[in-house]
Each structure stands twice: as C-alpha cells, then as structure tokens.
Write a new protein. Structure first.
Length: 291
C-alpha cells in the first residue's frame, strides 16, 4: 500500500482528492501551511522540507502546491518561483539525494499552451510568468521518477475560501449579478470529480512522463459558461460575451487557446476521457444536488 503525501492539500483540488484516496483505501497524509493539515512546513524551504520528508518517508507525493493567480505571478515573480518551481525542486531534491523509492505526481497547467489547438505535449508556448514558473516546475519534477499532468478543472468547491469557474458562474447568476464571459479563450477542462479519479489511476499505474489530461471537444469559455447555465435552467440574459481585450478584470495576458490532445494519457492508462458537452451535463447534476 502506498504511503501518499498530498502537498497543498487544503486547496480546491486537494479537498476533493484527499477523501477520494482515503475512500479507495490508501494511507494518505496531508500537508499545508495551515492547521487543517496533518503536517505543516514551508515547502519552499529546502532544509525544512528535507527534514519533514525524512520523517514522513512517503512512497508517493502528489504536489498540489501552486500560486495560480496569473496577475500575482506577473507582479511578484519571486513569489511565483517559490510557489511553483522551488517547491518542486525541493521535493525532487529529497527524492534524488536520498534515493527514496518515491514517485512524484506534479499537477501542472494548460497555460503552457497557446495558438490554435489541439496541443500535444511537445507544443509549448510560454506567454506569462504563471506558465513559465509552472513549466520550470515540470523540469524539476522530471529529475526524478514522476508523472506530470497538465490539466484544467472545474466543479463544486469543497472549501469556503476557493471557488472554481463554475462556482463563480453559478453563484453570480443566483445572486442576479451580471456575468461577463470570455468569447475568445478556448479550453478543455475536466471536472474535479473526473480528475481525482484519473489521479487515483495514476497512483495505481505510475506512468512516467508528461501527459495532457483534459476533455474532448473543447470550447470557448463563453460557450462553456452558457451551456452550463442552460443545463441548470439558470437565466442567461444577465450574461454577456466579451473578448479578453474588453475584460477590465484581466491585468495580465492569458493564452487564447489551451485546448489539449489527451490521447497520450488515454493510451497509457487505457481510459476514455469525457466529451466536454457530457461533462457539462455531469456538472449540472452535481450543482442540482445543492439547489
């Protein structure tokens, strides 16, 4: 049985991944920089990280630590490095320097892609510091036996302090707030529910390498948001389509097309990932449960 350490476990993904892996029967320890976790330490500090990892001696680390604010990564370059790169360097250093029998699962991002999709794993285009710092983290993870998953996810949050894209759309419409949705940004996300299932499969198989992990038949964020609202029979008259150039709430550049070709993951793991239209139906069912 794996001795799994989830780093950054108190966030949007970790709050769903931890109970799923526990339900599957794994021994799981959580890390965060808060009292909600089993163990607390600063993963950007090499000595502190080494000491903690020597105590835990995990056989698998699933690293969810990440600074995901694109604006913050642009404004605070060193903070982005510490959160998105240095943390991975420290995990890889411990594995490499001790010779630990430990597999690293690094959760990366679809922001490393831009230009017309579908993008394969070799089709890298770095357009902002968030993408740069996450890609540098991938390079660090590749020092040791690792699975690097480039993904994007949506779905119901299990923590009060973090919301997903679908949470934002759902809460905004329910609150009768005007919603501006991006008509020129394309992506192929998974639901949190599907993503944690795929990560559990990675825990079982331990494929080594970089893998895209997304849905089929990606679409613009505007089309996604409208389809999601319509599935929930929410009013869409308070939603409007805009281009990123019109979005005053965006200060830093974001890729326009992050749609991914995930056939490498499907072939390696023997699975069929969902179509995005079907995934939206699944998400609507999840949100209907709380209506």
């Amino acid at each position: 049985m794996e001795n799994i350490l989830i780093t950054g476990a108190s966030g949007l993904l970790g709050s769903s991944l931890y109970p799923h892996l526990k339900k599957c029967g794994y021994k799981v320890m959580t890390h965060a920089r808060s009292s909600q976790a089993d163990i607390m330490f600063d993963l950007s500090d090499r000595f502190e990280s080494y000491k903690a990892l020597e105590q835990i001696k995990p056989t698998m680390i699933i690293n969810l630590v990440s600074l995901t604010s694109v604006e913050c990564c642009e404004e605070q370059v060193n903070l982005a490095y510490l959160a998105n790169t240095r943390t991975v360097e420290n995990l890889a250093y411990w594995i490499a320097s001790t010779g630990a029998d430990c597999h690293l699962v690094q959760i990366s991002t679809d922001h490393v892609y831009d230009g017309i999709g579908l993008h394969t794993e070799d089709d890298i285009t770095i357009t902002n510091n968030y993408a740069f710092s996450k890609y540098a983290g991938e390079l660090a993870a590749a020092w040791v036996p690792s699975t690097i998953l480039r993904t994007n996810f949506v779905g119901r949050s299990q923590v009060n302090h973090r919301v997903s894209l679908t949470d934002w759309v759902y809460n905004s419409i329910k609150g009768n707030q005007h919603v501006q949705v991006l008509n020129d940004v394309y992506f192929s996300p998974l639901s949190i529910t599907t993503l944690v299932e795929m990560i559990e499969l990675v825990v079982q198989r331990k494929p080594v390498g970089i893998y895209n992990l997304g849905s089929h038949n990606g679409m613009s964020k505007a089309d996604f948001d409208f389809a999601f609202a319509e599935c929930l029979k929410l009013p869409t008259d308070i939603m409007s389509r805009i281009k990123t150039s019109q979005a005053s709430f965006l200060k830093a550049y974001r890729p326009k097309d992050m749609r991914m070709d995930s056939t490498k993951f499907e072939s390696a793991l023997g699975v069929k990932l969902p179509n995005l239209a079907d995934l939206i139906q699944q998400l609507a069912q999840e949100y209907n449960e709380i209506a």
